[in-house]
Design a protein around this ligand. Sequence first.
Ligand code: MTE
Length: 337
Amino acid sequence: MLIKSKQPLLESATTPENVYSERRAILKGLGLGGLLLAGPSRAGFFSKEASGPVPAAAKRYPLSYQKAASASPLVPTPENKILTHNNFYEFGTGKTDPFKNSQGLRLEPWTLSVEGEVAKPGTLDVWELINGAQKQGAQLQERIYRMRCVEAWSMVIPWIGIELGQILKQFEPTSKAKYLAFETLYDPQQMPGQQSRRIGGGIDYPYVEGLRMDEAMHPLTILSVGLYGKTLAPQNGAPIRLVVPWKYGFKGIKSIVKIRLVEKMPPTTWNILAAKEYGFYANVNPAVDHPRWSQGSERAITEGGLFSAKRQKTLPFNGYGDEVAGLYSAMNLKKWF
Ligand code: MTE
């Protein structure tokens, strides 16, 4: 077992109905739905077939937000897949590890500091940001985006968030601010992958990511605080994570605590680990293969397992070329992959 969980192990007779059904959907996603049928008298026990204890899902709060335009042709991936097929190496490298190991992550309070090349450096109370944005009505928006992982699988996720540019403006970036350096929480006590290189996939933590200033200010770039109508689950990067839909998923840094505006291109986790395989820009590009696999197509995750998923063509800039190709018109994208 990777982590000593403080959470109850499975159902108890006192579990409220809505939590019970949500957990049932998640367990189904893990292929463990049958475990619930054993009934409350067996609460906390697992059959040998189970891959390990399944924790109680962390609470997610309903959000009020502005709905996406109904014209979106994208069909969202089922919620239980989005909640159980994850990459969050701080909680282990297996796809179900983040769900299994992150439910006890302390999300309150959570602050995000914005510093560096800004006239007004400061700290955001993330829960105040979420509540304030809801009260003001229009600011929390649903964005139904494609998500393309560099590992050649994809989902469609109904995010809820705020444009990053709107947030940055409040801190008044200076003319020297050319890039942004993002940082995930560093807390080895809570994140088993940060205690051990084996569990954490050999990464030097904290996980760091970066964007160029114009990418950060682009209206498609959001800080997400929710999905499927509720606040984020820990495994998806609660309480606040980056979403840049035209880039490979690894740019979408989770559980952010710091954004530093800087003059020079900052180091980024996957580029540090393997510079020939993962570039700083990481724009989805079917014309530039990963050295070890093709990026020409992807498995679109719907119901069922990863390998029964339908293959579809990968689109340049993940289908957002009309909106963002202009940001890179002067660049050789084979060199700046
Ligand atoms: N952020 C942190 N801090 N740690 C990670 O391991 N994985 C990245 C990205 N953000 C990762 C991270 C990768 S590789 C992907 S594909 C996406 O998160 C996955 O997001 P999801 O699990 O919400 O689908």
